[in-house]
Design a protein around this ligand. Structure first.
Ligand SMILES: [Zn+2]
Length: 114
């Protein structure tokens, strides 16, 4: 909460404050513009997560090979190893694995508390 308050206080906000506390204001301003510029879409969040997870490109978690194909199951991005046919989702094994929330929501939350 301290970090969020500090972040919010560091940037001018627009919108009406509630209970006389600017931390309840409607988010806007340069900080939020920057967050939404970088992580405003699921595709941007997926790309950031993919790079963080596999900085040098996808590697099969079972056999370690790089060859793969990509597909989607609903909104979930999946990878299938060409060598052993193992299927892995982008979020499998991450803290996002069991969530029903979009990555954009998580990324904003992480940004706010870090
Ligand atoms: Zn494999």
């Amino acid at each position: 909460m301290f970090a969020r308050r500090r972040i919010l206080n560091a940037y001018p906000l627009k919108g009406g404050a509630c209970r006389g506390d600017e931390s309840y204001s409607i988010p806007s301003g340069p900080f939020y513009a920057s967050v939404f510029e970088q992580f405003g879409s699921e595709a941007q969040c997926e790309a950031a997560l993919e790079t963080a997870r596999w900085p040098e490109g996808f590697r099969c978690p079972i056999c370690g090979k790089a060859g793969h194909s990509e597909f989607r199951v609903g909104a979930r991005k999946m990878f299938q190893c060409r060598a052993c046919r193992t299927q892995t989702s982008l979020i499998a094994g991450t803290l996002f694995q069991s969530t029903h929330l979009g990555l954009t929501t998580w990324f904003l939350a992480i940004y706010l508390i870090s």
